[in-house]
Design a binder for this molecule. Structure first.
Ligand code: SAM
Length: 236
């Protein structure tokens, strides 16, 4: 039995909350509706909907979106699409959010920026969180960060970061995902995520040709479990 994509997603992303005050403040201040890009199981989208905002959640993973719909009880509409070149016909948004470094996962950022600009009203805002430089650590010499652990239907799931490898233009975060079955059987599988190096300044330069003007970036402070983020604010 392999763990579902939802369990790992909730385990590795679902508990972060340091960014929510910033997204709520932007949602209160900017025009709507809001498009949440890479919404996953709706950590941000459902929070903003609970605060009275109209949110559309876009992701390319159907299982994550199905879970979001269930948890939101229909309060948040979902769109199954690739962020790199989505087309929502005539839909226009006052605010497009890309939380949790998702923009650094994209391989074609220009395609995303073009699509985002087309779906923003004049004067709308694109806000994207960007992880601050991750320090490469070597498990031989540094203490490992604590694993994320969850229990689900008698199973235990643990995700342990083991290395951050720096390469030109990208960082690879390596984890070991361990499951412990109710009968004691254990599995361990490596998982790696590649994050492109993107700063608010570099994104501003990339976004300018698509009609965005950069505003001073926002900030999300580091927590014990997460590095801090810059939040690029790009005005259409
Ligand atoms: C780090 S998670 C963030 C989830 C959620 N926004 C949060 O902050 O908790 C990244 C999400 O982006 C989605 N994603 C990654 N690449 C994507 C793409 N090209 N198009 C659409 N969604 C994508 C993944 O499926 C995943 O749900």
């Amino acid at each position: 039995v392999s763990a579902s994509v939802v369990v790992w997603h909730d385990l590795e992303c679902g508990r972060y909350s340091a960014d929510l005050p910033l997204w709520r403040a932007l949602a209160d201040r900017e025009a709507g509706p809001i498009l949440d890009v890479g919404a996953g199981t709706g950590r941000v989208a459902l929070d903003l909907a609970r605060h009275g905002h109209t949110v559309i959640a876009l992701d390319r993973d159907p299982e994550l979106l199905a879970t979001l719909e269930e948890r939101g009880d229909g309060a948040v509409a979902t769109v199954l699409a690739d962020a790199e070149g989505f087309d929502l016909a005539e839909a226009r948004f006052g605010l497009i959010l890309v939380p949790m470094q998702t923009i650094q996962l994209l391989s074609d950022r220009p395609a995303f920026l073009r699509a985002a600009r087309r779906h923003l009203i004049e004067g709308g805002l694109l806000a994207a969180a960007l992880a601050e430089a991750l320090e490469g650590f070597d498990p031989q010499t540094s203490a490992l960060p604590a694993p994320d652990v969850a229990r689900h239907e008698g199973w235990v799931y643990a995700s342990q970061p083991v290395a951050v490898r720096e390469r030109p233009g990208r960082s690879t975060i390596e984890r070991i995902r361990t499951t412990l079955a109710p009968d004691g059987a254990r599995t361990a599988e490596p998982d790696a995520i590649d994050l492109a190096h993107v700063t608010a300044a570099s994104l501003a330069r990339e976004a300018a040709p698509f009609g965005f003007t950069a505003e001073p970036p926002g900030r999300i402070e580091a927590t014990d479990e997460h590095v801090g983020s810059e939040v690029a604010l790009l005005r259409a």
